[in-house]
Design a protein around this ligand. Structure first.
Ligand SMILES: Cc1cc2nc3c(=O)[nH]c(=O)nc-3n(C[C@H](O)[C@H](O)[C@H](O)COP(=O)(O)OP(=O)(O)OC[C@H]3O[C@@H](n4cnc5c(N)ncnc54)[C@H](O)[C@@H]3O)c2cc1C
Length: 564
């Protein structure tokens, strides 16, 4: 059974709970984007995903991308599907009309990528970085670079990569060694080795545009010495650039996506943004890229849930409590618990992710500076939570869905083991989940003593009256942020030890809020709401207790305040 987009569920959340059309219509670029248009785009996207992309899920895994003599051949059907994708205008959905785009809101693109990832994560990696590359060149590229590359990337005629990682430089990009030497004509010669580059080489498009982090000769050591360069596979005069794929990795999953070792050998490139401000040039795409990885987790969990719930409605084993004859396995409490729990994570995650995509547009286009600021705060705080917590749930939840199949899940036939293998990497790339937790607690919550986090909670309280237990979770996190900020003044490492618990606790607090929002407008959302209360949210207390225990130990050992 291939993944089927369940548009009713998605539209209920987007239109029914979030009221997306009227919110977006208040923004000048989307004045024409009404409910009917959003539904129409989503329905067409659903049809495209179902007919063109989902059927390639199995072949992408079994045949995989192949490497031979520097060339990469994508699995059968991938190239034709990509041609249909770009000719159908899908990459251009959320790009500006003046760049050849359709000028639609980010949330429609977010839903498209959730569906694509659910249908075929491996294929979706190919266009996955396009929009980020587009934003990066749009905001930081010179006029000459924009003239040459922006429209090709906006429309998806050419694909793009992000070349950051090197053997010695993973999470710590400050260790990047690739060099860029200025030339008299204003170009640069880029040389170095990059690893793990998704789509570094393939046969989907005639050209591939690489965005490469490298160091200028006068660069300071560390992350502040990095600059960003655009180096295409094919140069504007038609010559092949000095960019070579040396091999592709054998890996646990995602076989349809070539993960390439790339060698840049005096490759011609052009600076994107200012010298030594390469990471800054990439920040423009960071929130959107991390949101998309969170949506991969949600999409993969949905795909696993669909398979598991269909199987549970067919397979009979033993008698469920109170039954007089052999039961469907969906009637066994243990299986019901797995399925309803994942449903709660999927729907709650969607609400948060779609809202984040709307906030991305609010931050860009709202007329009121205060509203732009609150949108920016939302994106900054909620994005690392979505990336880390929903990719972890994507993997662990898909594994729980595999359990529903018993031994049949462990063999290839049903396709669920592929989802578990494919989902694992989402916890690693685009900033590992440990790095997300540190980003959240150390960079975004503690520096202002929990002020921004408190403002986010206040904002939610003004939108709708909060149920008592949601308010209590928010209050507990507020108090904890203040204590952790104080403790950080005399024990610098404490926050690093508990960052993951803080992120998980915030994820659960937001999931509780999302569940309450869904229940208030969709009263039939009963089983997931019950699962949330019974099986999921009690973990909030556990994470809180872990942090409180650490704090208590630290506070006991704290130095006495100096006498006045
Ligand atoms: C399939 C796949 C596709 C990829 N695609 C791309 C791509 O297109 N472009 C690209 O540039 N890269 C890509 N990557 C690379 C990916 O972004 C890195 O693997 C990731 O950033 C982690 O780096 P690393 O593997 O070197 O692990 P390391 O950085 O060595 O980390 C190892 C472990 O230590 C932890 N750790 C490291 N530093 C800290 C810290 N300060 N605090 C706490 N824990 C820490 C990490 O969380 C991790 O658990 C891809 C990777 C894979 C597997």
């Amino acid at each position: 059974m291939d993944y089927q987009p369940r548009l009713d569920d998605i539209q209920q959340l987007l239109m029914g709970v979030l009221d997306a059309p009227s919110q977006l219509q208040a923004l000048p670029p989307y004045a024409e984007v009404d409910d009917a248009l959003m539904r129409q785009v989503l329905e067409e996207a659903g049809k495209f995903v179902t007919s063109e992309i989902a059927p390639l899920q199995g072949v992408g895994d079994e045949t995989g991308a192949r490497f031979e003599a520097g060339r990469v051949t994508m699995p059968p059907g991938f190239r034709a599907a990509y041609q249909a994708f770009w000719q159908g205008g899908w990459p251009a959905l959320a790009c500006a009309p003046e760049d050849g785009g359709q000028g639609l809101p980010a949330v429609l693109e977010a839903v498209l990528y959730e569906m694509l990832s659910a249908a075929n994560h491996g294929w979706t990696m190919a266009p996955g970085l396009l929009h980020g590359a587009y934003e990066c060149i749009r905001h930081h590229g010179s006029d000459a670079l924009k003239a040459r590359y922006l429209e090709k990337i906006a429309t998806g005629e050419w694909l793009a990569t992000m070349c950051l990682t090197e053997p010695q430089a993973g999470s710590d990009l400050g260790l990047v060694r690739t060099k860029a030497v200025p030339q008299t004509d204003g170009s640069y010669l880029v040389s170095g080795s990059k690893i793990f580059i998704s789509g570094g080489e393939h046969d989907l498009t005639d050209n591939i545009v690489h965005l490469v982090l490298a160091r200028l000769p006068d660069a300071a050591p560390g992350p502040k010495g990095l600059s960003l360069f655009l180096a295409p596979k094919i140069l504007p005069d038609g010559r092949r650039n000095g960019v070579f794929c040396e091999r592709i990795e054998e890996k646990m999953g995602l076989h349809g996506s070539p993960t390439c070792v790339m060698r840049f050998e005096d490759a011609t490139g052009w600076l994107v943004g200012e010298p030594h401000r390469g990471l800054n040039a990439m920040f423009v795409m960071m929130n959107a890229a991390r949101l998309h990885v969170g949506l991969q987790g949600i999409g993969l969990l949905e795909a696993a849930w669909q398979k598991a719930s269909a199987y549970a409605q067919e397979r009979r084993q033993m008698r469920a409590p109170g039954a007089t004859q052999t039961s469907l396995i969906e009637d066994h409490p243990a299986i019901q618990r797995i399925l309803t729990t994942q449903r709660a994570w999927i729907d709650g995650g969607r609400l948060l992710a779609y809202r984040t995509a709307i906030e991305l547009d609010m931050a860009k286009h709202h007329a009121d500076a205060a509203r732009r600021e609150s949108a920016q705060r939302w994106c900054s705080l909620v994005t690392p939570v979505l990336k880390a917590a929903w990719t972890a749930q994507g993997f662990h939840g898909a594994s729980a869905c595999l359990q529903v199949f018993g031994g049949h899940g462990y063999v290839r036939e049903w396709g669920i083991e592929q989802i578990v293998r494919d989902a694992r990497v989402t916890m690693i790339y685009e900033g590992t989940n440990e790095i997300q937790a540190i980003d959240l607690l150390l960079r975004k919550v503690l520096p202002d003593g929990g002020g921004a986090l408190g403002a986010l909670f206040d904002q939610l309280a003004t939108e709708d009256p909060l149920p008592l237990e949601v308010q209590q979770r928010f209050d507990a996190l507020r108090r904890l942020a203040v204590r952790l900020a104080q403790a950080a003044t005399y024990r610098a490492d404490l926050a690093y030890w508990v960052a993951d618990d803080f992120l998980q606790a915030l994820a659960l607090a937001l999931l509780g809020w999302a569940g309450a929002r869904i229940t208030s407008s969709q009263p039939h959302w009963l089983a997931p709401a019950r699962a949330l209360q019974t099986w999921v949210l009690p973990a909030f207390t556990m994470h809180l207790q872990i942090i409180e225990q650490q704090l208590a130990d630290t506070e006991t050992a704290a130095p006495a305040p100096a006498a006045a």
